[in-house]
Design a protein around this ligand. Structure first.
Ligand SMILES: Nc1ncnc2c1ncn2[C@@H]1O[C@H](COP(=O)(O)OP(=O)(O)OP(=O)(O)O)[C@@H](O)[C@H]1O
Ligand SMILES: [Mg+2]
Length: 298
């Protein structure tokens, strides 16, 4: 057990159960893939909420566990993967505990998944625009309370991307459905999501309203991610994080980003930082973020 896994979410995330309970409450979710060399810790105790009518973005570099988190929510992780711990509360029902029959009823009716790659295998005799719309129409046909869209626009050209993004926004507005939007494209995230959760090596390191995540990122990984967004206005050298993500079978003992962090200190190598609310609704898992926290009322 690590500190971040046992930490309850902040006061502002704890909502009144009867009136404004989040659609989805994920608590300390852990997913491993068994390999002959040991378990790959793909999701390492993540906790987050999806509030009613919001789009939550889930971002992070390839292999950080975004799709595994999405699949785990619907208990669709395939062997050798398995959920090893945690709770996934959908309107208060723990999906980790319900039987298969109940789960099958919940899939599609209550939670719809647009899986990664769903938009990539297009039928050459249909217009691209229509096929995308079909994927999304399937997802909303049963009026679910939550849609999980896993990289719905990757590998599409920008014009089609825009159609898909606009369709998702229309769906959200018309049905007031909640969404998790997984993606790499930070520009798209900035346009579409309400809050963003940043994942690194199986951990959520920051959750913030999208505006704050882009203008005042507090975790060094998020800062590097935002700093790497190219800008045509201000041509700057791309900041690249040095080093590679550690072997997911052997996470470091302290902060998950300690091997690549430009601000690493001794405590980061020894103690797992808890996800703490550093500003209203802005949660960060970093021992050192007080050092660059902007002055002002918290
Ligand atoms: N069958 C498997 N066996 C072992 N490891 C796996 C398996 N499937 C996934 N993993 C590992 O789990 C980790 C998380 O993978 P996941 O597909 O969830 O990442 P992702 O964030 O969705 O990446 P991408 O952005 O490339 O889609 C990766 O390090 C991956 O190598
Ligand atoms: Mg993925």
């Amino acid at each position: 057990m690590t500190a971040s896994q046992t930490q309850p979410l902040s006061a502002s995330q704890a909502t009144d159960a009867s009136t404004n309970r989040p659609v989805l409450e994920v608590r300390d979710l852990r997913v491993h893939y068994a390999t002959p060399e040991g378990d790959v810790v793909a999701v390492n105790g993540v906790s987050f909420d999806v509030r009613r009518g919001e789009i939550l973005g889930l971002v992070g570099e390839s292999g950080c566990g975004k799709s595994t988190t999405a699949m785990a929510i619907l208990r669709l992780v395939q062997a050798p993967g398995r959920i090893v711990g945690g709770h996934i509360l959908l309107d208060g029902t723990d999906l980790v505990k319900v039987n298969e029959r109940r789960l099958n009823a919940i899939r599609w009716r209550d939670v719809a998944l647009i899986p990664q790659g769903a938009m990539n295998s297009l039928n050459p005799v249909m217009k691209v625009k229509d096929q995308q719309r079909v994927c999304i129409a399937m997802a909303i046909a049963l009026n679910p309370s939550l849609i999980i869209a896993d990289e719905p626009t990757s590998a599409l050209d920008v014009v089609v991307q825009r159609v898909v993004a606009q369709t998702l926004l229309d769906v959200k507005r018309r049905l007031n459905v909640s969404m998790i939007l997984i993606g790499h494209d930070m520009g798209l995230q900035a346009q579409l999501v309400d809050r963003v959760a940043v994942m690194y090596a199986g951990n959520i390191v920051e959750i913030a309203p999208v505006q704050a995540a882009f203008s005042e990122p507090l975790h060094p990984y998020t800062q590097l991610l935002i700093g790497a967004i190219p800008s045509i206005k201000e041509r700057k050298p791309l900041k690249v994080t040095e080093g590679l993500t550690h072997d997911l079978r052997r996470p470091p003992p302290g902060c998950v980003f300690s091997l690549r962090c430009p601000h690493v200190a001794d405590e980061c190598r020894a103690i797992v930082p808890a996800l703490r609310e550093m500003k209203p609704d802005h949660l960060v898992a970093c021992h050192r973020c007080e050092n660059w926290l902007p002055a002002g009322p918290a």
